[in-house]
Write a protein of this length. Structure first.
Length: 95
């Protein structure tokens, strides 16, 4: 790290899991919630509600959403305890 940067860089703990996609779609990982960021690296037909529930206010989730024929990369930001903003980041192809 550059000596000029220490006051600008904030490092927070990162938790990573590698379970089957089925586990993530059912429950996420509530033991460590709420999360500031969730990145999902496999496509799903819809955003799993447990993942939205586990976002902190201000937190973001990024994942591919859609079927085998068409997927969109979406970013969801939790703006309040009950509201979310969805941004379409473009077409993608994930497994």
């Amino acid at each position: 790290m550059s000596p000029a940067l220490p006051n600008r860089v904030r490092v927070t703990p990162v938790h990573a899991i590698e379970p089957s996609g089925r586990l993530i779609r059912r429950a996420g990982w509530p033991e460590h919630a709420p999360y500031q960021a969730i990145a999902v690296a496999a496509g799903a037909a819809a955003i799993p509600p447990p993942l939205l529930d586990q976002l902190a206010v201000g937190g973001r989730l990024v994942m591919p959403v859609g079927g085998a024929e068409e997927q969109r990369l979406v970013r969801v930001t939790r703006t309040t305890a009950a509201r979310y903003q969805l941004d379409d980041l473009g077409a993608v192809v994930f497994v």
